[in-house]
Write a protein that binds this ligand. Sequence first.
Ligand code: A3P
Length: 290
Amino acid sequence: MYRFPVLPVRGIPLTNHIANNWDAIWAFRPDPSDILIATYPKAGTTWTQEIIDLLRHNGDADACKRAPTPARSPFLEIFSPPPIPSGIDLMKDMDPPRIIKTHLPLQLVPPAFWENKCKTIYVARNAKDNMVSYYHFDCMNKTQPEPGPWEGYIPKFMRGELSWGSWYDHVKGYWMEREKRNILYLFYEDMKENPRREVERIMKYLDLSLSDEVISRIVELTSFEIMKENPMANYSCIPELVFDKSISPFMRKGQVGDWRNHFTPEQSKMFDEDYEKKMKDVNMPFRTLI
Ligand code: A3P
């Protein structure tokens, strides 16, 4: 029923609902207090949303649930394809500050986010694990184009043909602008390695100051195991028609290095050679194992 096509917007393939609503998206005006989480899909968006929401509610998960603005609602994307309501519509009834997520590459982020100097947190994940996670997501998420077989998916990723475009350009785009635009740039692997350190970095960036005890609670509540069981965070609210969880759960493995279970040695070599060329102009500290 779904499997929406993608259409290019300024050269970036986006689902047709986004492309068809592009003028409204581009004109969207956030409040200066709104917080933007930007990622290439499957880099750790939901995890970061959960951390920020708990930080803003002093680690009180019940307060997050009661909040008049369901800030960490998985729906709060600038625009999502139906049946998920559009974030632009939802936000009309929500008081700022709102935690808004987007997968748009930097050049397609509505300019009012930068004009209003909204705090922006970008999360990047190493290309191989990011692709593996995206592949499983595309298999189960019926709003995404058919992924086809794994061996054909790798070249599509490498050519930037998946929804939201090139991973390489995406991670580099925000990286190059991080200082100029005051973007907090995080890595999924750092969050896995030392979640407390990264939670504290986010806390400081948001000008919050919480007790050690509360920080410990947030680290615990945002562990993969707890989030997997948390309906506020695990996307179990999305209808089966859209997310077919019999194919893959949203909270799938949450690991660094799962790519080794998917890439053959030949695929890995071919991917790495191409990666070197595409990433040679930046010195980005990605890790594929920790
Ligand atoms: P996997 O498919 O590798 O398991 P996003 O929220 O951007 O869509 O990213 C989803 C990926 O982040 C999934 O990766 C998911 O399991 C992982 N993830 C979500 N919450 C996590 C957590 N608390 N700890 C580690 N990984 C998490």
